[in-house]
Design a protein around this ligand. Structure first.
Ligand code: SF4
Length: 354
């Protein structure tokens, strides 16, 4: 791992926080892990108090305030965990959490109470074997999602061991990897790591977490190209964040940049009710307004699904605006469909009489 900034004192020394904030930031850092890699620290404009990269990674004293409805485990990982390392929320897929360490710690992370050095341990040999046995014993599991923490901070050898274990389970057809590493520490995407990802012979997808176009630096683009050129399709997930990407122009630039890097935007997440993150969350109404502003104005390739993880572990649901409404049966029509300019059209169209 490249040498990262990991403490309040290092943030102040690096000009990323004012000295008068030191005491408050030490309290934040004692509660939630801090790490900012040189690649991301170097992107921050220190003269801009609203820099969107700093807002995502530099701790804020506002994190000490608990917002209404916030939960330590907002999407119910623990309630859906049949054994350590596994979250089985949906019938045909599981999460396999190999580590709780990341290259960077996002200030809005929904697993912020679980991730970081000294929080939960990585899956050791016996627990990994038990997790693999669980997957083997459940033939309905079609897809395994490696997440964490960030699985791509693991060594190529460790990843290869996991991929080979999955290779031996016939009913697992897809391995999906959720990561921030190509952005946070692009040098870690080595040819050996790419080979490790491909070593199972399964279809592997890498889902990149990116929230602002500036994160796609030349080095990050090259890291992603190493994956895509090796035949690994990439998707993205972004979190809608106040003061980072909650305007249509910023989101459009992010989504287009991702597609230009051959990464298909997959999810735009509404911010989860993670503790101390209310200053970063938008409203659902604002999210719908933004999704509506992008619909039709950006290529379909650039459109992610706007989704909310229902608190308590009930899974994701799409929460984007609706373009369809029913009309009274007595009118003889069935639906009204709205187009991207706000025009309303009856479907099926009325008979022309010819
Ligand atoms: S990289 Fe992912 S798991 Fe790690 S802190 Fe960021 S959002 Fe959380």
């Amino acid at each position: 791992m490249p040498r990262a900034i990991r403490s309040a004192a290092a943030l102040v020394a690096g000009g990323l926080a004012p000295p008068e904030a030191l005491a408050a930031l030490e309290q934040v850092a004692a509660r939630y892990a801090v790490s900012l890699t040189p690649d991301l620290a170097g992107l921050i404009d220190r003269s801009d108090p609203r820099d969107p990269i700093a807002r995502q990674f530099v701790p804020d004293p506002a994190e000490l305030e608990a917002g209404s409805g916030e939960l330590a485990d907002p999407i119910g990982d623990d309630a859906n965990s049949p054994c350590e390392g596994i979250v089985h929320r949906y019938p045909d897929r599981v999460l396999l959490k190999l580590t709780h360490v990341c290259a960077v710690y996002c200030r809005f992370c929904f697993r912020r109470a679980m991730v970081g050095p000294g929080r939960r341990p990585a899956l050791g040999r016996a627990k990994l074997d038990a997790a693999i046995a669980y997957i083997r014993d459940h033939p309905e599991i079609w897809e395994v999602i490696l997440t964490g923490g960030d699985p791509l901070i693991l060594s190529a050898r460790r990843l290869s061991e996991v991929m080979r274990a999955l290779e031996r389970i016939d009913h697992v057809r897809i391995v999906r990897v959720h990561t921030r590493v190509p952005i946070a520490a692009p040098a870690l995407i080595t040819p050996a790591l790419v080979r490790a990802l491909k070593s199972s012979g399964k279809a592997v997808y890498v889902v990149l977490h990116a929230n602002h176009a500036r994160e796609l630096t030349p080095a990050a683009r090259k890291a992603c190209a190493r994956l895509v050129d090796a035949g690994i399709p990439m998707l993205s997930q972004s979190v809608l964040l106040r003061g980072v990407n909650d305007d249509a122009g910023t989101l459009a630039e992010l989504l287009r940049t991702l597609v230009e890097c051959r990464i298909k935007p997959y999810y735009l997440h509404h911010g989860d009710l993670a503790p101390g993150t209310s200053h970063l969350r938008t409203t659902l109404a604002r999210g719908q307004e933004l999704a509506r502003a992008l619909h039709g104005r950006l290529s379909g390739l650039c459109q992610p699904a706007y989704v909310l993880d229902i608190p308590g572990g009930h899974g994701k649901s799409p929460v984007g605006p609706s373009y369809i409404s029913a009309v009274p049966a007595a009118s003889g029509a069935s639906y009204v469909i709205e187009d991207f300019n706000g025009g309303r059209h009856i479907y099926p169209p009325p008979c022309s009489g010819k």
